[in-house]
Design a protein around this ligand. Structure first.
Ligand SMILES: Nc1ncnc2c1ncn2[C@@H]1O[C@H](COP(=O)(O)OP(=O)(O)OP(=O)(O)O)[C@@H](O)[C@H]1O
Length: 341
């Protein structure tokens, strides 16, 4: 879907990338409703042409963060900027460079899918080549065969896809998508992510919230929110590393090691975290680099006069990584509250 406008923006975004510009930035962002603070000091920089995924448990503040970034909510403290301008003070022409899929999209139930999309296009004053654009978008979200269906007769997933198409109708440069894949089957979800990646490759910037933690792997940067705090902002690979503060190797031996032998292995420089007994003869060891450490571990186990039955890197999946980072943060907060009390 690279239009001439898209190509021009790609060039502009490449220029911005060279100068280190950011498309969206939050600085010390805080938001309270009544006396309850729900966003607690969030700092995020999003480079043009990248996808930021916001993940976190229900109620952690994903939607509120997105609404602050779009300027729909005013922060209590700190700021959110888009194109270097306060999000609450964007001009109407800058607003037209932004797309937004809210969690509860506004669709006209009695109008057809096609008419709804057409209405969104007309709001942006689109006339030229509008039909082509709408056809393209309906294909994009696999609704072309249902275009005549009224929204009221469409499934929840179809309505979501229609709203997603509407967020892109005016070819925006920065797009905020609040749970775009909720209620969509895994095959189409995967296709949509391929399309989001194409959009980013075309120079557009996407902020995507999701409750499907595995989708973190599709993003350039992942922001992990918990109770309104940004626990981590990093690449998906580093999110996995953060779960154990290193890489993880699982080893099974021909006999149980004694506590002294385990402590001896734990003192080796390539072991950077805990050693956990996973069974009488099984160990889970956190190391700096799994590839290198496996040979060094074999040597250390040889010295103990034991043999390795099998040894493999434990590939942490995103769900496990997410759970561990959130649980670690929650237990650290509880401990510091107990110390303070
Ligand atoms: N307008 C509001 N008034 C009062 N509280 C609000 C308002 N909007 C959000 N909240 C509260 O702020 C917190 C964060 O809500 P938010 O919708 O941002 O979470 P979320 O991570 O998007 O959740 P979910 O994944 O369930 O959509 C919640 O405790 C919610 O109840």
């Amino acid at each position: 879907m690279t239009s001439p406008v898209g190509q021009q923006r790609e060039r502009q975004d490449q220029d911005q990338r060279r100068t280190g510009a950011v498309a969206v930035r939050t600085t010390g962002l805080r938001k309270s409703f009544d006396d309850t603070e729900v966003i607690r000091g969030v700092d995020i920089d999003i480079e043009p042409g990248t996808i930021l995924g916001l993940i976190g448990p229900s109620g952690c503040g994903k939607t509120t963060t997105v609404r602050l970034m779009t300027g729909l909510l005013e922060p209590t403290e700190g700021s959110a900027t888009v194109f270097d301008t306060d999000a609450c003070r964007l001009s109407s022409s800058d607003r037209a460079r932004i797309g937004y899929l809210p969690q509860t999209p506004a669709l006209f139930p009695e109008l057809s899918l096609d008419e709804n999309l057409s209405f969104h296009a007309s709001m942006y004053g689109m006339r030229l080549r509008r039909r082509d654009r709408l056809d393209q978008l309906l294909e994009w979200v696999e609704l072309a065969d249902h275009r005549k269906k009224r929204v009221v007769d469409a499934s929840g997933g179809m309505q979501r896809r229609l709203a997603l198409a509407a967020a892109f109708v005016h070819d925006p440069e920065v797009v905020f998508l609040d749970e775009p894949t909720a209620g969509i089957d895994p095959i189409l979800r995967d296709k949509l992510w391929t399309r989001f990646r194409e959009q980013a490759a075309d120079g557009r910037t996407l902020v995507v919230t999701t409750q499907y933690v595995g989708e973190a792997g599709q993003c350039d940067q992942v922001g992990l929110l918990s109770d309104g705090e940004l626990l981590l902002l990093d690449t998906p690979t580093n999110l996995r590393r953060a779960a154990f503060d290193g890489e993880v190797v699982d080893v099974r031996l021909d006999r149980p090691l004694t506590d002294e032998e385990v402590a001896d292995i734990g003192s080796k420089p390539f072991v950077v975290g805990s050693i956990e007994r996973t069974s009488p003869t099984g160990l889970r060891i956190v190391v700096d680099d799994a590839g290198r450490a496996m040979q060094q571990l074999r040597e250390a186990i040889d010295v103990c006069d034991a043999s390795v039955v099998d040894m493999d890197e434990h590939l942490v999946d995103y769900d496990e990584a997410f759970l561990r980072v959130v649980q670690r943060h929650r237990s650290a907060s509880t401990t510091s509250e107990e110390v303070a009390a």
